[in-house]
Ligand binder design. Sequence first.
Ligand SMILES: N[C@@H](CCC(=O)N[C@@H](CS)C(=O)NCC(=O)O)C(=O)O
Length: 217
Amino acid sequence: MTITITAFAQSPDGGKGLARDSRVRWALAEVDQPYDVRLLSFKVMKQPAHLALHPFGQIPTYEEGDLALFETGAIVFHIAERHAGLLPDDANARARAITWMFAALNTVEPAILELANAKLLESDKPWSKQRLPLVEDRVRDRLQHLSARLGSADWLDGAFSAGDLMMVSVLLRLKPSGILDEYPNLAAYVARGEARPAYKRAFDAQRAVYTGKPATG
Ligand SMILES: N[C@@H](CCC(=O)N[C@@H](CS)C(=O)NCC(=O)O)C(=O)O
């Protein structure tokens, strides 16, 4: 059955791989599933046809036959459940990998998004300079704990899993800030994720939207 995802026709990051379709593309590449991409303008994302797929008018969405999903956590989880390679077979290890997906999305990503918003949307506010260090320190707090848990391991819990895919995806947004480099094991962890052939395929596929090549995986 054909899988179709949605992505920005014009991503604010210009193809740096930070739009959240990238993590879905990465999951599909890891399990070797082809997919089509429907590119949407910001205007179309807020219109009824897309709102029927995504109640908040965002990307990405995922369609497969009569199944339509939104939220990258749910989408990557669905892909990982349906195809071997992203979740361990052992039930407890599987539950732990799923836990890391939630940790990435619920515990680490909010602090990182707050920092991105502080820089992008609040830099002209009179209180911005005072607030920024507080927001950065909240990110550091999360990274410090994550760094301590990862230690010298390659991945968060044994073999690479959907938990790592989600955590690396979330951490990637920090690269330009320099904060990630304060935690060399986390910087190396992200680099390991980016070095995976499936990540590279996904990155190139989202980048192709800007270089004029076909936007399919
Ligand atoms: N929690 C959602 C967040 C989705 C999200 O924020 N999508 C962004 C693109 S990365 C978007 O569509 N932004 C445009 C908007 O909100 O209008 C997920 O993980 O899927």
